[in-house]
Design a protein. Structure first.
Length: 111
């Protein structure tokens, strides 16, 4: 996979598409740039979790976990599922897992 090459003969449509993609990528990266949200995504990469499970895994209060989950939902990175009074969260798609693999390779492996 190669990065795009900017040329002087690019059409306005091509430039608009690149700008849209850059905006989407920027929003995604902002959403995962908080350590709490990053840790939530790491835990969800191994499977669906309840809010209570995430509270315990992260040693955070429910309000803090819910706030971070809300941001991740807003960005479309996590999906809730209700079962009675319990809400389960999972990754919406494979994008967070792919980024987490790269982050793990860069910052965690062999440290």
């Amino acid at each position: 996979m190669a990065l795009p090459v900017f040329t002087s003969d690019m059409s306005d449509e091509e430039m608009d598409k690149m700008l849209t993609n850059a905006t989407n990528a920027s929003n995604f990266l902002k959403a995962i740039s908080h350590e709490g949200r990053l840790m939530i995504l790491c835990h969800l990469a191994s499977g669906e979790k309840t809010v209570t499970e995430l509270e315990e895994l992260l040693a955070l209060r429910q309000a803090a976990v819910s706030q971070q989950l809300s941001r991740l939902r807003l960005e479309g990175l996590v999906t809730p599922r209700r079962d009675g009074k319990t809400i389960y969260y999972s990754l919406t798609d494979d994008r967070p897992r792919r980024i987490l693999d790269a982050v793990y390779d860069l910052f965690c492996r062999d440290n």
